[in-house]
Design a protein around this ligand. Sequence first.
Ligand SMILES: Cc1cc2nc3c(=O)[nH]c(=O)nc-3n(C[C@H](O)[C@H](O)[C@H](O)COP(=O)(O)OP(=O)(O)OC[C@H]3O[C@@H](n4cnc5c(N)ncnc54)[C@H](O)[C@@H]3O)c2cc1C
Length: 313
Amino acid sequence: MATSPRATSPRAAKRQVDSGRGVGPLRNGVYLDFADSINRLGQKVIADRYGNLFDMYDNITGENAYKTPMRIYPAPHYTMGGLWVDYYLMSNIPGLFVIGEANFSDHGANRLGASALMQGLADGYFVLPSTLPNYIAANKLEKIDENADAVKEAVANVNDITQRLMNTNGTKSVDHYHRELGKIVWDYCGMSRTAQGLEKAIQLIPELEAEFWENVRVTGTAGELNQELEKAGRLVDYFDLGRLMCIDALDRNESCGGHFREEYQTPEGEALRNDEEYTYVAAWEYAGEGEMPLLHKEPLEFETVKLATRSYK
Ligand SMILES: Cc1cc2nc3c(=O)[nH]c(=O)nc-3n(C[C@H](O)[C@H](O)[C@H](O)COP(=O)(O)OP(=O)(O)OC[C@H]3O[C@@H](n4cnc5c(N)ncnc54)[C@H](O)[C@@H]3O)c2cc1C
């Protein structure tokens, strides 16, 4: 989420959107107006700093952002958090390693720009090439018996979900429900959240999931390459993930990084943290369908780098 030269922080930009100030025909969007900065610093300085962005914008819109404000839209494009992993990038399931955006490890409450790809590179290039062979060398990997109860149960579970999805034969597409879920998470667990909104989302998501199981339509068959079925399978997981994101956001009564609770902000509208109570990683354990996941708190200890509040000003 970029910060406009006019708006002092993402929150201010969002308030600008909500208040309708500075918003032209583009509803729910924000303008990035570089006029003041160009007057103050000169176009060359701005071009040196952001020239590639201006070129990309011109290619996409045909508009010269040195002359007219840039139209931007806040869009979630990275998920803070992820699967818990240890120092070797192994999850709590022995032998399952998780790298890149799917793990929780590197970024904390808000990641720095351009650092996600760096993390993927570090995980894939430096960490895993040493930790995975270590694991294989140190553990006797038993041959998996296809007739083992656990294997049969897992296969039966996947077949059951696949059949349920194929047999529902409803009237609405997978994309319809994916969009509906995305809207609930965006509206109530997006740029800013409130306890009331999060409680509503935690109620709405299971209702939408129940409707999905009654009325989704997955075209094609289960025996062929079927992208609709693939998407439906992922959406089943996203209902759990969306609900968990809301539960976690409701449990964390502070604002920190990408987690902004409207109840916890400074008079200037900046994030109000509560380090005394919330300096920990929240690791949630799955406790069964529809059950409240179990919270494990992993304390964060800052030995060399002092914990400090980030200013967007
Ligand atoms: C619009 C946008 C702009 C970004 N800009 C930047 C930037 O400037 N700098 C930066 O550092 N980062 C940026 N990021 C973030 C960065 O792109 C991602 O964090 C990074 O690509 C994650 O890489 P990954 O390999 O961990 O996961 P992904 O790239 O998400 O790859 C996961 C793959 O797994 C596949 N998959 C998922 N589920 C299944 C399944 N069940 N079965 C089989 N396959 C599956 C997916 O199809 C996907 O191909 C941006 C992201 C977006 C969306």
